[in-house]
Design a protein. Sequence first.
Lengths: 112, 112, 112, 404, 404, 404
Amino acid sequence: MKKIEAIIKPFKLDDVKEALNAIGIKGMTISEVKGYGRQKGHKEIYRGAEYVVDFIPKVKLEIIVESSQVNAVVDTIRQAANTGKIGDGKIFVLPVEEVIRVRTGETGTEAI
Amino acid sequence: MKKIEAIIKPFKLDDVKEALNAIGIKGMTISEVKGYGRQKGHKEIYRGAEYVVDFIPKVKLEIIVESSQVNAVVDTIRQAANTGKIGDGKIFVLPVEEVIRVRTGETGTEAI
Amino acid sequence: MKKIEAIIKPFKLDDVKEALNAIGIKGMTISEVKGYGRQKGHKEIYRGAEYVVDFIPKVKLEIIVESSQVNAVVDTIRQAANTGKIGDGKIFVLPVEEVIRVRTGETGTEAI
Amino acid sequence: MNTGDISFMLVATALVMLMTPGLALFYGGMVRSKNVLSTMLQSFACLGIVTIIWVLYGYSLAFGPDMGGLIGGLDWAGLNGVGLTAGPYSATIPHLLFVAFQLMFAIITPALITGTFAERVKFPAFLLFTILWCTLVYLPVCHWVWGGGWISKHGGLDFAGGTVIHINSGAAALVAALVFGKRKGWGKENFHPHNLGMTMLGAGLLWFGWFGFNAGSALAANEIATNAFFTTHVATAAALLSWLVAEWVIQGKPTTLGAASGAIAGLVAITPGAGFVNTTGAMIIGLVAGTLCYLAVLLKGKLGYDDALDVVGVHGVGGLWGALATGLFATTLVNPNGKDGLFYGNPHLFTVQAMDAFTTIGYSMVATLIILKVVDAIVGLRVTTEDEVQGLDLTEHNEIGYSL
Amino acid sequence: MNTGDISFMLVATALVMLMTPGLALFYGGMVRSKNVLSTMLQSFACLGIVTIIWVLYGYSLAFGPDMGGLIGGLDWAGLNGVGLTAGPYSATIPHLLFVAFQLMFAIITPALITGTFAERVKFPAFLLFTILWCTLVYLPVCHWVWGGGWISKHGGLDFAGGTVIHINSGAAALVAALVFGKRKGWGKENFHPHNLGMTMLGAGLLWFGWFGFNAGSALAANEIATNAFFTTHVATAAALLSWLVAEWVIQGKPTTLGAASGAIAGLVAITPGAGFVNTTGAMIIGLVAGTLCYLAVLLKGKLGYDDALDVVGVHGVGGLWGALATGLFATTLVNPNGKDGLFYGNPHLFTVQAMDAFTTIGYSMVATLIILKVVDAIVGLRVTTEDEVQGLDLTEHNEIGYSL
Amino acid sequence: MNTGDISFMLVATALVMLMTPGLALFYGGMVRSKNVLSTMLQSFACLGIVTIIWVLYGYSLAFGPDMGGLIGGLDWAGLNGVGLTAGPYSATIPHLLFVAFQLMFAIITPALITGTFAERVKFPAFLLFTILWCTLVYLPVCHWVWGGGWISKHGGLDFAGGTVIHINSGAAALVAALVFGKRKGWGKENFHPHNLGMTMLGAGLLWFGWFGFNAGSALAANEIATNAFFTTHVATAAALLSWLVAEWVIQGKPTTLGAASGAIAGLVAITPGAGFVNTTGAMIIGLVAGTLCYLAVLLKGKLGYDDALDVVGVHGVGGLWGALATGLFATTLVNPNGKDGLFYGNPHLFTVQAMDAFTTIGYSMVATLIILKVVDAIVGLRVTTEDEVQGLDLTEHNEIGYSL
Ligand SMILES: Nc1ncnc2c1ncn2[C@@H]1O[C@H](COP(=O)(O)OP(=O)(O)O)[C@@H](O)[C@H]1O
Ligand SMILES: Nc1ncnc2c1ncn2[C@@H]1O[C@H](COP(=O)(O)OP(=O)(O)O)[C@@H](O)[C@H]1O
Ligand SMILES: Nc1ncnc2c1ncn2[C@@H]1O[C@H](COP(=O)(O)OP(=O)(O)O)[C@@H](O)[C@H]1O
């Protein structure tokens, strides 16, 4: 099994979720994160003081999938999250050794 | 060493923390996440407009443990986080290659 | 490629980011987390009721780097995040199997 | 001059002023957090802009010596000759106090409209629109109704501004919603209000301030002010419950935002009749208003125009109902200077009320359309989609609402 | 009729109305964020419900022609015959203004009680409870004290509602806390207030509105109103400091919530005596109130009943102290229409105050218990544990407080 | 005695009281979220502390029988002899009402200063500072200007406290900013305001309350109060727009915080002249104030002192401009009891205004410096760096602002 972590633009979340649903991915965990990279941050001004904010709001998706699904999931996210502009984000694939469902104790593929 | 990631129901956090304490786990990192899975989301209504919210608040625990402790930790979380209802969450075990304590520079088991 | 996860004190974030910049690390993802460990939590009092809060605000950095950079990055974070006091945090190194840039589809080192 | 009346009108004026910050909160809580400041700023900016207009020429055009029933003359431009002695509109308070009181009404009216184009309007477009709309729509309509213009000659009743303020802004809002078009993601994404506690606070301050609005419209601390005060409260309470029950029946749950919305609907609906109807009339007006405005808001969802914060459903529909209801429930038993309505044997008043309301709607819609086209041509109405996604606070004002 | 008095009473009434939204904020900030809206809504709903009750029969039962010292008659039901001329309770303002002023007191009293069962009450249970409690407890007690009932004949003093409002609601709250039982997780989980800035704002608005409550109880813009205004402010300031210092001494830190709570304790305690005591009396009343209510709240922790937002500790205990303190510090030097208290040579007043207070407590507790049992039988009092965990905003109202 | 005047002054006093909670919000929203409560508490604590000082000896020192033009006598300590009949400062309201009204001014002045040392002051240091500063700076300066002291004999004009309140607190704030030194991270970390909606609300309440502040300073519901009311509103509106436009031109974007700041700058600047200038004067005063205070705030960034919430830039600079502008625009056409300013042919007034302002600045700065040194020696001014990093809410008060 693999863990896929994807950092995407927040407003793309719904599209990505739907696209994943369409290929049968019915579980995931998301969180609000902030990203730093090539995409330029923004400037804020308060009573004349200018602050540059480098960290940009992003959403992180964490999805555990069977190894065989990795490619499909990565491609799906790639397409759904793509705007073609800098800052679209990244996808990381990590190895997972075990998965357990809390409710039933099932493990492995059963648990996803 | 392994990293254990557990997605649990937020109101179970205290129980899980105490149960882990009881088996000698004294360190962990948690974060607020949102989960999508079998558990049904909820409906919100604002001036007649109904919105379905699929993402459900969850807490993610991240715990680095020695490989030998994995089973004990997983079992403990399983029991403490269990309500028997859909949405109790999942536990993932990932390999970790190195751990370093910032303060001292200790690595490996020493650093946990 | 490796994933470096560092849990640090929030007010050290700027220092760490700058130190990483200085050694050529130009991308990372951060999130707000809460830590539990040796560092003592705090007490809150509301109308006489005292609550002990064990979880302490921390910032988690996630940085994907080439394997060759791991040591440099770990050392840099260690130094920049160090205050010498309990609770400075931890650094974890995890294996990563693949990295994809959403915008271009580049993979591997190109994608970082 | 009467110190009791001056005392009351000074405070009533302050109360009406507070309604605009109250509206900023009411609206601010309902948008997404990325737009909270831009939304609030628009109300505050109205406090700035309209005040200056009012001093320069606004009061004079609205209340200056009547020119053909259509507009006031410029005799009082710059408040020339408007002083601390009593004016023509009120014998017991300084003329300048009447100017101040009326100013607060002129401020909140364009601020109400901002709810319709929230979350997508360019700040310069808002500014230009507000200046033009205030000048070309508010001032004439205000003159027609209160400044000795043609509507007042008709015998229509508008105690505290149902036509001038609510119908007028509601009609403008409908046109604006259509011209601006939908927000990106409308009907697809979840547009949750970001901070309903803020909205509740806003509703509370509006309710509080509205006592100044309606009771103050008696221009004196007297029996009519008392009646207006009480009818205002009763109608509001009734409408709050009515909306709550209506949504409970129709959608299965009573909501907090429903209670707040119902209260505002009641305040709007009682405005034209507050000084003319009795408690029973007020209660019926409120009960109808709560359910009616809720249905209007539901209907919007069906019709599919994006009036972001329901200016049409609450102020337009509530105001229209209030104007018509005044034609039904007004009674000279309450206010000898008023008129009897349909239920007190005078069907004529109802007709007049309807005519005045629809004429105002017509004028307001056409004029608003033209103004929007002009503004669009000069500065453009809407921000880019990218800015809309990022939020107006950051893109229009380089600020963010919260760093918690 | 006096325009100065009318002016003042119109504004005072508006100020008291504002206290209920103020309370919504005060309470709303103290609950967990998942219950902020359900908590706020309950206060707003009281504005709706009690207003309708008041018009239909409430005012009449409370202030109508006395029937045996126990209750008013239904002569004024539907406000029949209650008009814009002066009424029996005040010669210089319209009867309807007195009705409006008193209504605002009737609204806030059940709203105060909602603090005790916050975070676990079913919305329908709250509604039914409020209707029954207002009818069966508030109206009679109000009649006894202010409407010509048996307490007023006794010679007890209650300037602005210490007994009618605070002791009454505090006693009811104690019973409700016991009947409802503890919130899940009480004493184990951390029940942090979710937004103390909101609570501070609420405290500020309550303080502001309370000037209308206490000074307005003079029913005129006169010397007694002035005295009530100033004693209110002084007692509040003293209690704020007193609570702050007490917790500093006992728990090691002065807290913001302590300052807000102390202020409310002072406002409560001065309420019955505001128009009868002098500045020195007010200062002592406040100093005692701050520490006493803090200790009462600490004691709750020991006794282990879950009065969620401390209605008992602040309103019950503070109100009781205020009623007794009026029996100590009242002086006819301040108010010739008042009485002298114990420290001015009249121990009798103290006894009367105590008797009135404890009778009210007894009646309120018994009646509240019965009402709660009835409500429980009809709709059930408490939400399911699952709903309690998820939060009432979502489960009772399909809303969430914040989307930041 | 006049019921209209009493009515107005009771309400005006309540309005000024509300300004301090308003300030708590205005300031609270601008600090980082870890300091929101400690910041708000300081304003609320001023309500407590200054009230007790005022009753014990404050009113007497400020307004008691003049001793050599420098300070009042202790004849009225404990408010001895200060009753419900009219006092020497106002014939138509009870003496105690004047006491209450003036108290509210004494409360807000030290509260204003807290903005300069926000986010790093120890709570005990704040307490001690406030007691000493109120006693040794506010009371004498108040006496000089309003209590029959030497400035009042000069013929300087200060309608509602430009010198006493704003210049005075601004001068003290400058010294405090220098003595306290910069917050950790200043100029490096991003000090975003944590909740600008809260700040906007605070600005709205301040604006609302300021009507009581300025119009109430007429001490009667009359023409002068009306003039003060209107000039206050016009100057505020003008300053709001002026700051907005200035930052738009200079930094490229109009901001919400700029609008709020501009409004406060306008309110400050019109304070000394509100009852002496006409609408045109007010508009110019406001237009200048908005831009001037914005530039002052920009300059602070250059000069590099850490006046956290810009007390110097807004209250100091705005107050000074207002005092001088009163010397330019005052006219006896508006207020026969006032004086003519430079533009009405009397350059003398301008000189007097300048002298009074600068003397006050000098006295305030020196006295504040000494007081701060004493406080530092006794309890220490600043929290440890570690506590500063963790936030004062937790370290000074064991609380946190938000648990969302
Ligand atoms: N080396 C990295 N490690 C972890 N996260 C990264 C890394 N580089 C970029 N990211 C994440 O990806 C996001 C997008 O990266 P960015 O360089 O801005 O644009 P792009 O994805 O188009 O290359 C960043 O905001 C950050 O969250
Ligand atoms: N494939 C997955 N990858 C990552 N997280 C998952 C996945 N499936 C479920 N989750 C997480 O586990 C939570 C619980 O899953 P759910 O299917 O609702 O119930 P259950 O745990 O009882 O199977 C989800 O809310 C989500 O956070
Ligand atoms: N076993 C662990 N697994 C995951 N995170 C941990 C673990 N132990 C500690 N942490 C994280 O590291 C932070 C610092 O740890 P702590 O024991 O307080 O001090 P130190 O870093 O000085 O050893 C904790 O707050 C927590 O976020």
